[in-house]
Structures are given as structure tokens and as C-alpha cells.
Design a protein around this ligand. Structure first.
Ligand SMILES: [Zn+2]
Length: 145
């Protein structure tokens, strides 16, 4: 049986850029892996007004804000987690998770997502009942680990 872990080394990464809805805030990531984890936790659902959110992840040092930093406000959703959002349009922006030195990037913000793929689902314990998950995508009750 194969299982995909969040930190599993994989194919070569690529440079990507992304932005909020209005374009005020832009960011770039180098060596970004195209494997995504879809989060079904209640925080992601509510702050994004979405059934779930698919994230890629990156070491913090590969992530940079290109513009609009002064337009960001920060929602603290746990002791360790800051969720930035654009003050102009309200888009949720990449999440900076300090303890793991990681940035979690909603793939919906990216400019190019050719070849990107969801490999797993976390917090499926709060998955919305109308969603059907494909059998080949690993499911985790909470955070993989
Ligand atoms: Zn915006």
C-alpha cells in the first residue's frame, strides 16, 4: 500500500506566482512542489467560505511577497498560525506556519496550476457530506503526521 506524506520528496519544483482577487497582493515561490493537500477543517471552511481548500506547501525561505504587503491584515487562528488576508478584497492569502517554518499556499491563488494534483485530504472528520472523495487520494482524520 502506498501512502503520500506531506513532506515526501517528489518531482522537481517550479517557480510560481499568485495573487489575491483584486491583484493588490502578489507573491512568488521558488521550487514549489505541485502536490496538493486538500483541507476540510472548519477554520478553512469558514474563513474561505468554501467546502474545502487545496494547499501546496513550501519552506518559508522559498516564499516572498512581491507587492501589497501593507494591505495585508492577519487573522490569528491558533497560537502558531497567522492567516493573512487582503484588506481590499478579502482574499485569504498563504498561511505562515512558524513552528514548521512552512508556508501553506492555497492553490486557487496561483497564476498557473498545470500539472498540479491533489494527493490527499486532511481533517476529513469535518468533510462536508455532499463531497465525494476519489479512492486514490489518501484521507487523514486530522493533520497528516
Ligand atoms: Zn485583494
Amino acid at each position: 500500500m502506498t501512502s503520500h506524506k506531506l513532506n515526501e520528496p517528489s518531482v522537481a519544483g517550479q517557480s510560481v506566482t499568485g495573487q489575491c482577487y483584486c491583484g493588490t497582493v502578489r507573491f512568488a515561490i521558488t521550487d514549489f512542489q505541485p502536490q496538493l493537500m486538500t483541507c476540510h477543517c472548519t477554520i478553512c471552511q469558514r474563513v474561505s467560505a468554501a467546502d474545502c481548500v487545496s494547499y501546496g506547501h513550501s519552506p518559508k525561505q522559498n516564499f516572498s511577497w512581491l507587492q501589497g504587503l501593507q494591505q495585508l491584515n492577519y487573522l490569528q487562528t491558533s497560537e502558531d498560525t497567522q492567516r493573512p488576508f487582503c484588506c481590499n478584497c478579502g482574499s485569504q492569502m498563504p498561511i505562515i506556519y512558524e513552528p514548521a517554518n512552512q508556508v501553506f499556499v492555497p492553490a486557487a491563488l496561483l497564476d498557473e496550476v498545470d500539472g498540479f494534483k491533489v494527493i490527499g485530504h486532511c481533517f476529513v472528520r469535518s468533510k462536508k457530506p455532499w463531497l465525494q472523495l476519489p479512492d486514490d487520494e489518501t484521507q487523514y482524520e486530522a493533520f497528516p503526521g
